[in-house]
Design a protein around this ligand. Structure first.
Ligand code: HEC
Length: 104
């Protein structure tokens, strides 16, 4: 019985740790974005991008991937700059980022 409790507790602990790590990752990945999009995503970046706050994770992920592969843009001039920020991130990192922004 003691062993079962111990296993259950460590599983719960591992889950909590994992969730915390994922959260920290999203926040860390969003670090470089704050200057333009605001700490909570409510800024209109360079008067071009709509606020990220309020957008859903799927929508954000589609846009981020779109910048990466060149299929999404608002303006010809500024989209390549956004692409620079997402190009070095993996698809998993983009998903973590999108999930994080969707919590704003
Ligand atoms: C130097 C300022 C700047 C930084 C830093 C920046 N962005 Fe942007 N972002 C913009 C601009 C400008 C646009 C509009 C680009 C275009 O013309 O498509 C944009 C567009 C976006 C969009 C599309 C919004 C929409 O609804 O169409 C998303 C999502 C986004 N940025 C996320 C991010 C993330 C995530 C980061 C950090 C990895 C980041 N941005 C860093 C300026 C910035």
């Amino acid at each position: 019985m003691k062993r079962i409790i111990a296993i259950t507790l460590s599983a719960a602990f591992a889950t909590t740790l994992f969730a915390a790590a994922a959260l920290a990752d999203g926040a860390a990945l969003y670090g470089p974005c704050k200057g333009c999009h605001g700490a909570d995503g409510s800024k209109t970046a360079m008067n071009i991008s709509p606020a990220l706050k309020g957008q859903g994770a799927d929508e954000l992920l589609t846009k981020l991937k779109g910048y990466k592969d060149g299929t999404y843009k608002i303006q010809d001039k500024t989209a390549p700059m956004m692409a620079k920020f997402v190009k070095k991130l993996s698809d998993e990192e983009l998903k973590t980022l999108a999930d994080h922004i969707a919590t704003f």
